[in-house]
Write a protein that binds this ligand. Structure first.
Ligand code: DX5
Ligand code: ZN
Length: 217
């Protein structure tokens, strides 16, 4: 059964605490926080102050996905804010190894994120040091996009490397995930599913979380 990480990008910001409690009670393991800088991706969302504000209201794993150019500079602020996992996009820095080192030295789980158009070879040199790999299943920047089926093969290849080398990182998927698209990803080796619009643009987010779990039993 896959772990579920609702993305609050699609939550109701005016009633954010309620929306977080809903998915917490429903058994979601992670809370996915999409940080967008208006440069690496066109949109702007929220920063470390937002993570700091959420930290006291939930025990869920705060899974911070940084869609930020040159993230090295802002990593200490996310570490201080109480993030549990920090993900950096391999395309956003010339120093992916250093960025992951900063996260790990801060006592936080380190994640590398890879876009649909980026080959796995780009992240192979750092796979030994990560706790999680996020395989983007859409191009980052917006919620509510359509799942890209060609990413399933990439998940499978990554899972093969993981097995061959004896690594035990989680494989997370993000973008266009619903109870149908999650199935092939899970079979290919995904262990954590981010879902934004599927969970929050629904009358009952709890039912949607359960549907993702039921689809991957
Ligand atoms: C996209 C973000 C996602 C987004 C997913 O750039 O990284 O986390 O919230 O939204 P859905 O699940 O609606 O595709
Ligand atoms: Zn994300």
């Amino acid at each position: 059964m896959i772990k579920v990480a609702p993305s609050i990008l699609s939550a109701d910001y005016v009633n954010l605490q309620k929306d977080i409690e809903k998915v917490d009670k429903a058994g979601a393991e992670y809370l996915h926080i999409d940080v967008m800088d208006g440069s690496f991706v066109p949109s702007i969302s929220y920063g470390p102050g937002f993570v700091k504000a959420i930290r006291p209201i939930t025990k869920m794993v705060l899974d911070c996905h940084l869609m930020v150019q040159n993230p090295e500079h802002i990593l200490p602020a996310f570490i201080d804010a109480g993030a549990d996992i920090i993900g950096v996009q391999v395309e956003a820095t010339q120093h992916i190894h250093r960025a992951l080192q900063i996260i790990k030295n801060g006592g936080v789980k380190a994640e590398v994120v890879i876009n649909p158009g980026t080959p796995i070879a780009m992240i192979e040199p750092v796979l030994h040091m990560v706790d999680q790999v996020l395989v983007m299943t859409v191009n980052p920047g917006f919620g509510g996009q359509k799942f890209l089926p060609e990413t399933v093969e990439k998940i499978a290849k990554l899972n093969q490397i993981k097995k061959n080398k004896g690594y035990n990182f989680d494989i997370e998927i993000d973008g266009g995930v619903n109870n149908q698209t999650v199935v092939d990803c899970y079979k290919a080796g995904a262990t954590v599913a981010v879902a934004g619009s599927y969970v929050y643009n629904a009358d009952d987010p709890a039912e949607r979380i359960q549907a993702l779990k039921d689809a991957t039993k």
